[in-house]
Design a protein around this ligand. Sequence first.
Ligand SMILES: Cc1cc2nc3c(=O)[nH]c(=O)nc-3n(C[C@H](O)[C@H](O)[C@H](O)COP(=O)(O)OP(=O)(O)OC[C@H]3O[C@@H](n4cnc5c(N)ncnc54)[C@H](O)[C@@H]3O)c2cc1C
Ligand code: FES
Length: 232
Amino acid sequence: MAKILENKKFENGYFLLKVDQGGEATPGQFYMLHPKDGGLLLPRPLSIFDQDKETTTFLIAVVGKGTKTLEDLHVGDPIEMEGPYGNGFEKPNGKKTLCIGGGTGIAPFYHMSKFWKDEDFSIRIGLRERSEELEEIFERASDSIEFVYGGFVTEKMSVENIDQMYTCGPIPMMKSVFEKRENLPVYISLEERMGCGFGACLACSCETKSGRKKTCVDGPVYSGEEMLWESK
Ligand SMILES: Cc1cc2nc3c(=O)[nH]c(=O)nc-3n(C[C@H](O)[C@H](O)[C@H](O)COP(=O)(O)OP(=O)(O)OC[C@H]3O[C@@H](n4cnc5c(N)ncnc54)[C@H](O)[C@@H]3O)c2cc1C
Ligand code: FES
């Protein structure tokens, strides 16, 4: 059982939850977190925002009962977490990568800019409301980051000199990234609803061009070309 080390709330409805269980998971991987009244609720999948050998931090948007229950945790409270699960993003290995995150899908890009700090990323983050504090946290990790508030994060997005794109967030946003790819490879991270996180319940099943996949074990990162966008 892990313990809460920090619970920091931002004015735009997001909070950072730091726990005393670390690891070396790759960007795009996730943990299943059991809300406090775990007997009543299924665990919730959450991407790694930051991690070292002793701690893991999650950046969470309150959208419903599970995330609200997590927001109400206090320093010292126990928390059950399982993982890391899933296949994250591939290391770019020198490819200039444009990352586009929106809504609940922004956490992996902070992890990425720290985990692969020698790689060449530019990041666009789309949020409904601004939090200066959150902006500063991202800006400390990346010197090539742009925030778009209350609008479409893909508007005025340039793919000039870009080799590939990574995206995570709402489906319409990722669809728009895919449509504007100009033949570049696009890798998307799906935020399907999940029950178990390790392939046992089929809650995260998703139709792709190569058949049905379980997003928790086959994803959450897929090639955009593999998606049946019309089924989304
Ligand atoms: C691999 C993965 C990584 C994720 N990483 C993060 C993260 O880093 N930070 C973060 O804030 N959230 C993340 N999410 C989303 C997060 O898991 C959900 O927001 C959370 O489970 C909602 O639980 P809830 O009980 O608060 O809301 P619920 O009461 O279950 O739902 C509230 C509302 O949100 C909708 N909703 C809930 N879950 C999803 C979903 N998966 N896809 C689309 N709509 C949904 C519901 O339909 C409902 O309208 C991730 C999801 C996945 C699959
Ligand atoms: S969440 Fe249970 S099979 Fe994927």
